[in-house]
Design a binder for this molecule. Structure first.
Ligand SMILES: O=C1O[C@H](COP(=O)(O)O)[C@@H](O)[C@H](O)[C@H]1O
Length: 235
């Protein structure tokens, strides 16, 4: 049974996510959170900067990313650059708690460096780093992070990898399926009518019969989908 949380609109979705982040920030332990890239989280980042800047204890949180385009942070394609402009530049957060994927580095070396940083910083469960909360998006094609349909090795033993976007050929550094799946909690954040058909397909098929990483990757404990009414219209 897929755990859907459907809200009237995107604003209501990001308000709910912001409340979740606020609760994490009240923890007495450091909390490791992985943010999604792409266009969908823009609304959330802006909302956090506008409404939660002074409420959240940012320094209890560590921010990571699910994936990054192999570009510099000032490139409009950069996931980190987007989060910086919309959120990080507007809050007081210790720079040491911001673990960006360095998109301008050599991709293979960066994937290796990132895996080492994760291993050094994130507490392990079953011998694998276990993020407290991973927020992921879903592309129209069913990809998540930079794990693409028909191009993902779900048995890859590595924690990170270099992926090539199947259409554009753009290189990206991504968390692997193994690392994502060891999270305590995964929240898919999916907004808009453009995603409705893919969501309907995922809702009506067993994930083993689908090629979509977003359908297959589930957390150790909680896997949930935060949707607006447009995205959920065919469920
Ligand atoms: O998890 C993710 O999902 C998105 C999907 O992007 P969107 O533009 O449709 O919101 C992906 O491309 C992104 O890099 C990733 O972090």
């Amino acid at each position: 049974m897929i755990n859907y949380k459907v809200f009237d609109d995107g604003q209501a979705v990001v308000e709910a996510l912001s409340q979740e982040l606020l609760e994490y920030s009240q923890s007495t332990q450091p909390v490791h959170i992985s943010l999604s890239g792409g266009s969908t989280p823009k609304l959330w980042f802006k909302y956090l900067a506008d409404h939660y800047r002074d409420k959240i204890n940012w320094n209890n949180l560590h921010f990571w990313w699910g994936d990054e385009r192999c570009v510099a942070p000032n490139d409009p394609e950069s996931n980190y650059g987007q989060a910086k402009a919309l959120l990080l530049d507007h809050i007081e957060m210790n720079p040491e708690n911001i673990h960006r994927i360095i998109g301008e580095n050599d991709p293979e070396e960066e994937a290796q460096r990132l895996a080492e940083e994760i291993c050094q910083s994130v507490p392990k469960v079953h011998g694998i780093p276990a993020f407290d909360w991973i927020v992921l998006g879903m592309g129209d094609d069913g990809h998540t992070a930079s794990l693409f349909p028909h191009h993902t090795d779900f048995n890859d033993p590595d924690l990170t990898l270099v992926a090539e976007h199947p259409q554009s050929g753009q290189l990206r550094v991504s968390k692997s399926a193994r690392l994502l799946s060891n999270a305590e909690r995964i929240t898919y954040l999916v907004l808009g009518e453009g995603k409705a058909q893919r969501l309907q397909e995922i809702a009506t098929h067993d994930s083993v019969d689908l090629p979509y990483p977003a359908a297959k990757i589930k957390a150790r404990n909680i896997t949930e989908w935060y949707l607006d009414a447009n995205a959920a219209k065919d469920l």
